[in-house]
Design a protein around this ligand. Sequence first.
Ligand SMILES: O=C(O)CCC(=O)C(=O)O
Length: 286
Amino acid sequence: MKPVEQRSDLKPEEFVEEYLRKNKPVVLKNAASYWRERWTPQWLKERFGTRKVVVETDEVFVHDKTQKTIPLAELVDIVLSDSQEFRLRSMSFLSQVPELLQEFEEHSDFERLYLRGVGGPKRAFWITPNGNATLLHHDTFFDNLNVQVFGRKRFIMMPPSSYKSLYVHLFSESPLDPRQVPRDKFPRFTGVDLAEAVVESGDIMFVPQFWWHFVISEGICINVNSWIRTTPQAVRAVTSQIPLAPRYFYRIYHKDLTRQLISRNIRAAHRVSSFFGRKEARGAAQ
Ligand SMILES: O=C(O)CCC(=O)C(=O)O
């Protein structure tokens, strides 16, 4: 596996030219040094332990998970006990805890410096247990800056052009675990350019739109990531590398009105499709 480039002190202009415009991943070493171990599991438990969080389990596909609501303190105790039962991936947690949102906003200059897309950022807050694996997927129209606040994560990445080799499920998810792909079950998985990055506390991982990523937590991790929607020009440039049918789906879907229309039904479609996809994913895991 090739290493993803790592850069320290990267100037925003160079980031935009060399990585954002070229749709190329990079680890921004120490670019979020303020965030290094700023929030720890124990600290979150002490300050906000009674807040309710929606945790996920039984991951097969991103859009097909079992959810449960528990107090944050319970989640922290579970992950500290080395259980992989639950993970938190919340789009709303920072806004539920205004103190955290305010602190994040005050110290997120990197968003303004590095991400120049369409619209403001959408953010997610993550607590993942040691050994957690987030399955292979891409973030479609979003460029993503993922800040490692606590712990260490390994990103296994594949370029958008790998589409044909990944047994894609409903356009943006794949059942493959790139650490070990059974060739007899997935013979099309050949010649894929794999790249790997290890991100440590205080670093930022740049995941460009359409890049496939499979993410392993090496220890308990806390992350905040910011997604910015990219421009139609960038979508056109990147989708030219993928097959015709998904290419036109993505281009149509990127247009706002069509997007809203499709979005209403996309979750239902995911559920139906996951019902069939589960069998393939489970079969592969056995
Ligand atoms: O941190 C993880 O486990 C997954 C991160 C991810 O998929 C993302 O930032 O889009």
